[in-house]
Design a protein around this ligand. Sequence first.
Ligand SMILES: C[S@@+](CC[C@H](N)C(=O)[O-])C[C@H]1O[C@@H](n2cnc3c(N)ncnc32)[C@H](O)[C@@H]1O
Length: 442
Amino acid sequence: MRLSRAFIRAVSSPATVAWRSAQSRIFCSSPSDYRKSQPSMLKHLTSKIKATGPVSVAEYMREVLTNPVTGYYVRNNMLGPDGDFITSPEISQVFGELLGVWIISEWMAAGRPKQLQLVELGPGNGSLAADVLRVFGQLQSVLGGASVSLHLMEVSPALSDFQAQTLTGGGSQKADCEEDPVYRHGTTAAGLPVSWYRCLEDVPAGFSIFVAHEFFDSLPVHKFQRTEKGWREVLVDVDPEDSGKLRFVVSPGPTLASATLVQANERRDHIEVCAEGGVIIQQLARRILNDGGAVLIMDYGHDGTKTDTFRGFKDHQLHDVLLSPGSADLTADVDFSFLRRMAGGGVACLGPVTQGLFLKNMGIDTRMQVLLRNCHDPSTRKQLINSYDMLTNPTKMGERFLFFSLLHPSRLAAPTKPHGLKLEKRSPVLLPVAGFTDLSFS
Ligand SMILES: C[S@@+](CC[C@H](N)C(=O)[O-])C[C@H]1O[C@@H](n2cnc3c(N)ncnc32)[C@H](O)[C@@H]1O
């Protein structure tokens, strides 16, 4: 299936369906908290729904998270202990450092191209990029004369301020013209150019390593429910008994999204499809095929097995997704089987593997031993051990987070013919790739 932005706009607005006659309630949030915060976002959504009918969950999510004025990401820095959630790069710098090593190893495997663009999608407050660039600085002799540049795709002006502070120490300029595809640019202390973009189309062509940590899970998902009449889309409506409340309803008839995004052989009873993630993965696959490079996606997710994963986070606690829209993060697990399907056959897809396994394959145990050997302060030692446990323990982030990669087909090799044996026709195999393969004995 070929997805496009125009298609996404079309499937996001199910208002053409005669929806009011047969709404069925799925669940409703507790009424008391509804009007406590974000009245402008709630008002905006209720007026919109009253005017044009229930909106898809994807449209609801897009408005709540990235509305240019009141969107959750656009207004807040929600990361860290004082925010709503904490992510791996914020837990330990070792996470970004090992990623830096992965990036350099893929750049080397590609034949050390003269130009290396590091592109991060949804960089949060810039910690991951800063840790990766520190490794680039330390491995200057390996990177040699490569011209390195950093490209950040970020929808939130508020977060771009934090990124600029982290990465350029405030030495960045905003573009004069709103329409400029590079809306901000600066230089790191080490002299590397940094540019900010709103969308992937604006990032210049060239050999690139793309990284996306907890980015795909924040993209809007459509939700579909199997019913006796076939697949129906789940929509967000105003509660007829309380106009200050939102509720889920099931569309009485098919929508464009339910007719096009549900696979004929789907076996689950409820699914979530991230069409926007599909568009982005297709763009990434095309760029890798054309210009070379790799993509590393790190997120919580599943391989086409889970059903209802849409949830909210506020103050590090689960939060009702329909309650006080705009005051909490909204997220849905990434369906890696969908991303693999959308990437198409041209690129090689690797994983998903668990974060614990990826970090161990990248040598986190050895790195920790070195850090602990050189650290004599008891509280810092405790912090190091706790962060290692948080990142790798299967009951914490070790198994919930998954790593998935798109690689250029040149990373595939024909299977070697065992001496004296007739080789039957087999598909090419992937050469060992750091993180995904245990390279410790090779
Ligand atoms: C959950 S945060 C993750 C931040 C960071 N990668 C980390 O792991 O700490 C999601 C990030 O993606 C950005 N984002 C969300 N939707 C986006 C979109 N459609 N285009 C560009 N950036 C987006 C947010 O502003 C934020 O920086």
